[in-house]
Design a protein around this ligand. Structure first.
Ligand SMILES: Cc1ncc(COP(=O)(O)O)c(C=O)c1O
Length: 387
């Protein structure tokens, strides 16, 4: 049975007051996630420090993330952020040999590109795959960059700037043919569409809780394919990355046999409560239904934009788009402010305004956004030739 999206929408109180189109930055807060935060405070008042409960919460988050991305719990590290997960992974890679190239794309989120560039002083060579003249990066554009010297292809699933979705299976195929590994930054996709790491064939994947996973900041995850875990020993480590957390051994580094070896220190306990509630809600709704709903909303938005003759920098083909529709403006900062003044929450990147949709949005949100744009077109529309 299809989820009752109208009823689900009522679980997000901010939607009564705002047209909330900012899930690509930070999701709307659900009543049950708010209740989870409160439960944390109650537990602290009632029991004080309940480590067994907190460890169980952290493990629950691990297992829910594993279910969501189609992995085993042992393949998931729960990290403080995507950045923390990537740094830990990078610290386990050796760039001293001839296979020292890392291929990234021009669609990467800054932290991903910056962390790989930070490996240059360890011998890594970073190659950027640029966008084509139409603004997209087809899989074929990676062919020239990926070769026998490529260690890793580190790519975003959906671009945070323009909502473009890369052809991951196509890129994975190119990487496999040259013996390179693939890392997927799925922060802008996970929770807004089905992300099955096994079906996609990636070796590593990283994401976090505050966007489409309905949780909060301060918690991310790193997937590491089981067969690779034992050969990767992170130089970034800590007591929660050890085989036995409670061993308190100060004589050696003994990494956990699972992907937990990519963790570091004390888990963000309060965030575990929120993340667990958000993930449970999302899994209840089901990502195939979420994906279908978001596709309909973004397609509807693209259609309305064509009607009001406001170009979008987001690909029009459904399979090349994530949950974000981005539109150029002659002053994106002011446009975000004007929309905010009208109760419409968006964000801007470069010269574009981003409207990011989740399952709790509806057609009325698309209408409100496009009607406001039409109203503001004379002063804030794209400069001629833009888009
Ligand atoms: C695609 C993508 N990757 C990475 C990040 C940053 O993640 P973190 O702040 O958890 O390191 C973001 C955050 O907006 C993102 O959109």
């Amino acid at each position: 049975m299809a989820p009752n999206f109208a009823a689900l929408r009522r679980e997000f109180p901010v939607l009564e007051r705002k047209t909330y189109l900012n899930s690509g930055s930070y999701c709307a807060l659900a009543n049950e996630v708010k209740a989870a935060f409160e439960a944390y405070l109650e537990d602290r008042l009632r029991v004080g420090a309940d480590w067994d409960l907190w460890v169980a919460k952290n493990e629950s988050v691990r297992s829910l993330v594993a279910t969501l991305v189609g992995a085993a719990s042992e393949e998931i590290a729960i990290t403080a952020s995507v950045s923390a997960g990537l740094n830990s992974l990078a610290s386990a890679l050796d760039f001293s040999g001839s296979r020292n190239k890392i291929v990234i794309s021009d669609f990467e989120f800054p932290t991903a590109a910056q962390i790989w560039h930070a490996q240059e002083r360890r011998g890594a060579r970073i190659v950027h795959v640029p966008r084509s003249s139409d603004g997209y990066i087809p899989a074929s554009a990676f062919a020239a960059a990926i070769d026998e010297r490529t260690k890793l292809v580190a790519i975003t699933h959906v671009c945070f700037r323009n909502g473009a979705r890369l052809d991951i299976p196509g890129i994975v195929e190119l990487a496999r043919a040259k013996g390179a590994k693939v890392l997927l930054d799925c922060y802008q996709s996970v929770g807004s569409m089905s992300v099955d790491v096994k079906a996609l064939g990636v070796d590593f994947a990283a994401g976090g809780m505050l966007k489409y996973l309905l949780g909060t900041a301060g918690m991310g995850f790193l997937y590491v394919r089981e067969a690779l875990v034992s050969s990767l020993v992170p130089a970034d480590s800590g007591w929660f990355a050890q085989e036995t957390i409670g061993s308190m051994d100060i004589t050696a580094n003994r990494p956990a046999p699972s992907a937990r070896r990519f963790e570091a220190g004390t888990p963000a306990v309060v965030n575990c409560y929120a993340a667990e509630a958000g993930l449970r809600m999302l899994l209840r709704v089901g990502t195939p239904a979420v994906e279908e709903r978001i596709r309909a909303l973004t397609a509807g938005c693209m259609r309305r934009l064509r009607e009001i003759d406001w170009a979008s920098v987001t690909p029009s083909e459904d399979h090349r788009r994530g949950a974000t529709v981005a539109v150029p403006s002659r002053d994106a900062v002011r446009l975000v402010q004007e929309l905010k003044d009208r109760g419409i929450v968006t964000s801007h990147r470069d010269d574009n305004v981003r409207a990011a949709f989740h399952f709790y949005n509806d057609e009325a949100d698309v209408d409100a956004f496009c009607a406001a744009l039409e109203d503001l077109r004379a002063s804030l529309g794209p400069t001629s030739g833009a888009g």
